[in-house]
Design a protein around this ligand. Structure first.
Ligand code: AMP
Ligand code: ZN
Length: 142
């Protein structure tokens, strides 16, 4: 575990950089995103530096999700949002810019603009779908 890291979120944890804090406990910190998709957009981060959710210890994985769930309920009630997104970009190709795990909590409103505009694909056929599932299952336990 390393809090001796120069990443921007580790510096926020150590209060070397300012943030608008919403919640803190022994494992996680939540604060407002400085460039929100909507006002109230916040981030929940573990107090341990990990680039990827896959190396984050399970107690932190669980806590960021349970805190994000409570924050989602709080933004709906406090900001009269209609819904919220929980979003975690894991890896550069997935849109991760800050190399410290963070779960976005994004308040959403009726008639909001879309976050994603994906061009969805289809499986070539049933066999392609089954082969894909088999490959994933084979690596799940590792
Ligand atoms: P991602 O693209 O998933 O890595 O998201 C990184 C998020 O961190 C973006 O939404 C940024 O606006 C946000 N962000 C970056 N620096 C700060 C900061 N100093 N305080 C608050 N939010 C930040
Ligand atoms: Zn960090």
């Amino acid at each position: 575990m390393s809090l001796i890291n120069d990443c921007v979120f580790c510096r926020i944890i150590r209060s070397e950089l300012p943030s608008t804090r919403l919640y803190e406990d022994d494992l996680v910190l939540a604060f407002l995103d400085i460039a929100p998709f909507n006002p109230g957009h916040c981030l929940v981060i573990p107090k341990q530096h990990h680039h990827s959710i896959t190396t984050l210890p399970t107690e932190y994985q669980g806590r960021i999700m349970s805190v994000a769930s409570k924050l989602g309920a709080a933004v709906v009630r406090s900001l009269e949002a209609d819904a919220f997104n929980l979003l975690l970009n894991n890896g550069t190709c997935a849109g991760q810019e800050v190399p410290h795990v963070h779960l976005h909590v994004i308040p959403r409103f009726r008639d909001d603009r879309p976050i994603f505009n994906p061009a969805k694909q289809q499986y070539k056929d049933q066999a392609h779908m089954q082969e894909t599932a088999a490959k994933i299952r084979a690596k799940l336990g590792e």
